[in-house]
Write a protein that binds this ligand. Sequence first.
Ligand code: GDP
Ligand code: MG
Length: 330
Amino acid sequence: MFVRKKSINPASYRASSDLVPLVLAGSRAAIARMISRAEGEYDEAAGALAQLYRHAGRAHVVGITGVPGGGKSTLISALIRACSTGDNKVAIVAVDPSSPYSGGAILGDRIRMSDSAEASQAFVRSMATRGHLGGLARATFQAVDILDAAGYSPIFIETVGVGQDEVEIMTAAHTVVVLSPPGLGDDIQAIKAGVMEIADIHAVSKSDRPEAAATATAIRGMLALGSETQRSSWAPPVLTLSAPSGAGIDALKQAIDSHLLHLMESGEMVTRRRAIARTRILATINHLIRRRFDDGAETMATQLAAVTERTSDPSTAAEWLLGLNRADLA
Ligand SMILES: Nc1nc2c(ncn2[C@@H]2O[C@H](COP(=O)(O)OP(=O)(O)O)[C@@H](O)[C@H]2O)c(=O)[nH]1
Ligand SMILES: [Mg+2]
C-alpha cells in the first residue's frame, strides 16, 4: 500500500532508527534529515517517527496565520529574538510557500543581523507544499514532533490562513495568533469566515500605518458580537504591533505566555491536547485513504470511469472502494 516516494542511496543512508538518539540529543543535521523523511513519506521512517512522538509533548506550539504579505515572517523573526533567552531553543516551521524563509537562508540572515547569538541558533524549516495528497498537515505535525522531542520550545508554525490543510494545521497549535494587516476593510469578513474563530490572540501588524488602529477597532467590534457564544474563559486580546521597529512585540510575547498559563491553570490544556490528538488521527486517516485511492490506483480508475459515465455514482463508488456495504453505513 505504501509507495516509497524517493530513492535511497544505500551507501550514505543512515537508518531512521539510528537518527532517533541523535535527534533527542539535539543534532541539527539529524533533525533536518528526520523532517525530510517525514516529508518524503519514507516507510522506513515510520517507526522512528512513532518513537519521537512518544518523546514529544513538552513544547509550546504557537501557530501564526493570516493573509500573505501580512507580516507573519517579519513578526516571527522579531519573536525569535524575544524568545531566544537563556537555554530556550526556538524553532519555526513555515508552511507558507511564499514565505521568505525558503531554505531558512533569508531568515537566517535576518537573525544574524540581529547580533543575537541565541537567536542565530533557532531552527528554521520550510515545508514543501507541493505534491502532498492531504499529507501536508500530517508532515507538518511530524516536523513539530521531531523539534519538540529535540527540546525546541516554543515552536512557531507559519501558515497562510487559506486552504483546508492550513486551517487544520492551526488546530494543532496550543496558541493561535491571527495576524491581520491594517486596512483590510470588508476583507475582515473573509478572514472571519476562515480563521477568525480559531484565534487565541489577534494582532494587527504594521502599526506604523495610520489604518492600524481602525483595523484593531473593527476586530474588537467583531469579537464583541461573538462573545456570547465564546466557549472559553479566555478573551482573545487584540494587539497592534510593528515588527521592524519592535513596537508591541513584548506585549505579544506576554500574551502568548499568558495564554499558555491560562491553558494550564484552567485545565483547558487537557481538552486541547485531546482535540489535537483527534485532529491528527483524522488527518492521518484522510491521508492514508487518499493515498490508497490515488488516481493511479487501478480500482480507483475503474470507479472514476463509471462515475464519470454515470453508470455508477459517487456514493456507490466510495462505499465499494472502502469495502463497505449498505448495512455498515446504517
Ligand atoms: N510598514 C511595515 N511593513 C511591514 C511590517 N511588517 C512587515 N512588513 C513588510 O510587509 C511585507 C510582507 O511581510 P512578510 O513578513 O513577508 O509577510 P508574510 O507573507 O505574512 O510572511 C514585507 O515587505 C515586510 O517588510 C511592519 O510592521 N510595518
Ligand atoms: Mg511569510
